[in-house]
Write a protein that binds this ligand. Structure first.
Ligand SMILES: Cc1cc2nc3c(=O)[nH]c(=O)nc-3n(C[C@H](O)[C@H](O)[C@H](O)COP(=O)(O)OP(=O)(O)OC[C@H]3O[C@@H](n4cnc5c(N)ncnc54)[C@H](O)[C@@H]3O)c2cc1C
Ligand code: SF4
Length: 489
């Protein structure tokens, strides 16, 4: 065991971020990792708790606390502190198939439940994870692990987001022949075409996809299942099918003027930027541009923040981000104690950048759009805002007479998602639940149709990468058990 007093001897040290004015010049990741020597010290800060909440991944007050993958965090924190990078990688990859993704985009539910964080600064668990996986790539032991024997069973995975990829990797390594179908031109789901490049550079996804291909997974892109290829054809060709199509049906803002040219859904906007970045380095004007525009982002969540950061990089004239709910407190309240997920106001990278560039925090709380205004050519020229207050029924309600008109040439709707797109579930004849997610028994991934399973956001609703990965792993175990009569996954 490394130094047991590290938590008293060392302060938390985070990977430094490039200054706002430097990082907004491009779409690159902007943190410089600590040296391995520095990261070892951060590993020493782990207290090796008897009851490590960080790896529990349990629901507390309706929110997940701790790592949903049950990563063996104190174990590999200790191995990090000893500089035993290869053993740390072996322990980490036991539970996490994609640390290169989670160590970049996970909101680190582990750190919110870390005992060090109860009275001070939590351990830098996500950064420790990053150093383990990137050292593994650097030193050449994160490569392909193809199965030694093939079972002769065939599995189709529809959708190549983190849940589909996790299921595909597990089942392929088990020896089943796995084909992943993806309607986009590049696999990766929202990792590729949702989360912006500055949070997750796309060559990181390609690096992993190449390994999966080397291991034997087949990727079929530009193929929209249910449209380009029928459900019947797939049912006849595969022993099992996993539907992992995400929850991409966006919540709309149904007000007058919605049809104005210049009103887009957030994911369409973000995808167009990433695709143009990868296709032509943003040189050919093939994306929805915010340059020199007054932008309104509707939705105060993480997707909205990604839109803000992207607009800043495009060179928007101004950015306003609307949030319906009141501002959260800056610190945990008594009713939200550790180790619950902290319901506090966080300022993310995009908001920090907008504040620096435009002089104030872009967020406006308790406000929504009542109407979009368009010019004689049908182009967006502004919006009418209205203030909201909590009504007697607990719902946010417009305040009469509080309307004000603002100028805007671009609106991005980041108001959440309403479940999966219905044509896929209809094509396979699978039942949905009341929340328009694919219905299964509790703790199962089997749908009502034999040999058809579901995983990820399509099953649990729009969530997090780490939860989608967990879904894919659990689904793979169930598929394997049904195919083989037992599972060793
Ligand atoms: C803008 C944005 C930013 C986010 N940022 C973060 C973040 O920083 N951290 C985090 O943890 N989570 C983040 N999330 C949430 C996270 O990305 C999702 O929860 C996660 O990607 C869900 O994984 P999935 O595999 O279930 O589905 P998805 O990632 O949505 O992938 C589903 C895939 O299925 C494909 N597909 C759908 N229908 C078909 C069909 N009929 N035929 C073939 N292919 C099909 C889609 O094209 C897509 O590629 C973000 C979400 C958004 C929208
Ligand atoms: S996957 Fe997320 S919650 Fe789990 S250890 Fe990594 S950063 Fe923490």
């Amino acid at each position: 065991m490394g130094n047991p007093f590290g938590f008293m001897e060392y302060e938390r040290q985070d990977a430094p971020a490039a200054s706002v004015y430097e990082r907004i010049k491009n779409f690159n990741e902007f943190h410089t990792p600590l040296t391995l020597q520095e990261q070892k010290k951060q590993g020493e800060r782990c207290m090796h708790c008897g009851v490590p909440f960080c790896q529990s991944g349990m629901a507390l007050s309706g929110m997940i606390s701790g790592c949903p993958l049950n990563n063996l965090i104190p174990e590999w924190n200790n191995l990090v502190s000893l500089g035993a990078w290869k053993q740390a990688y072996e322990r980490l990859s036991l539970t996490n198939p994609f640390p290169e993704f989670t160590s970049r985009v996970c909101p680190a539910l582990c750190e919110k439940a870390c005992t060090c964080g109860a009275n001070g600064e939590s351990v830098t668990t996500r950064a420790n994870e990053y150093s383990i996986i990137e050292t593994a790539y650097r030193d050449g032991y994160a490569g392909a692990q193809p199965p030694k024997v093939r079972t002769g069973k065939k599995v189709a995975v529809i959708g190549s987001g983190p849940s589909g990829l996790a299921a595909a990797q597990m089942l392929n390594r088990r020896g089943h022949s796995v084909t992943v179908y993806e309607r986009s031109d590049r696999p990766g789901g929202l990792l590729m075409y949702g989360i912006p490049n500055m949070k997750l550079e796309k060559q990181i996804i390609e690096r992993k996809l190449n390994i999966m291909s080397e291991e034997g997974v087949t990727f079929v892109t530009n193929t929209n299942v249910g449209k380009d290829i029928s459900a019947e054809e797939l049912k006849n060709s595969y022993d099992s099918i996993i539907l992992a199509c995400g929850a991409s049906n966006p919540r709309d803002i149904k007000v007058n003027g919605r049809e104005a040219e210049g009103v887009y859904f957030a994911v369409d906007f973000l995808k167009s930027t990433t695709k143009a970045l990868l296709d032509n380095g943003l040189k050919e004007g093939t994306f929805i541009s915010a340059k020199d525009k007054n932008v309104i982002v509707i939705g105060g969540g993480d997707t909205g923040n990604d839109c803000v950061g992207t607009c800043v990089r495009h060179g928007a004239k101004s950015v306003t981000q609307l949030e319906m709910m009141p501002k959260l407190p800056d610190e945990r309240t008594e009713s939200n104690p550790w180790p619950e997920w902290p319901r506090v106001c966080k300022t993310d990278y995009g908001q920090e950048e907008a504040a620096a560039v435009y002089g104030s925090d872009p967020r406006v709380y308790q406000t929504t759009v009542k109407e979009f205004l368009k010019d004689e050519n049908g182009r967006l020229k502004g919006a009418v805002f209205v203030k909201l207050e909590r009504g007697k029924d607990g719902r946010m309600t417009p305040v009469e007479g509080s309307e004000n008109e603002v100028q805007a040439e671009l609106v991005l709707i980041a108001a959440g998602f309403l479940g999966s797109e219905s044509y896929v579930s209809q094509a396979f004849g699978v039942e949905l639940n009341a929340r328009t997610n694919v219905a299964t028994e509790q703790s199962s991934h089997r749908t009502n149709v034999e040999n058809i399973y579901t995983a990820g956001d399509m099953h649990i609703g729009q969530s997090l990468v780490v939860r989608a990965i967990r879904e894919g792993i659990d689904c793979a175990r169930e598929v394997d058990r049904d195919l083989m009569g037992y599972t060793n996954l």
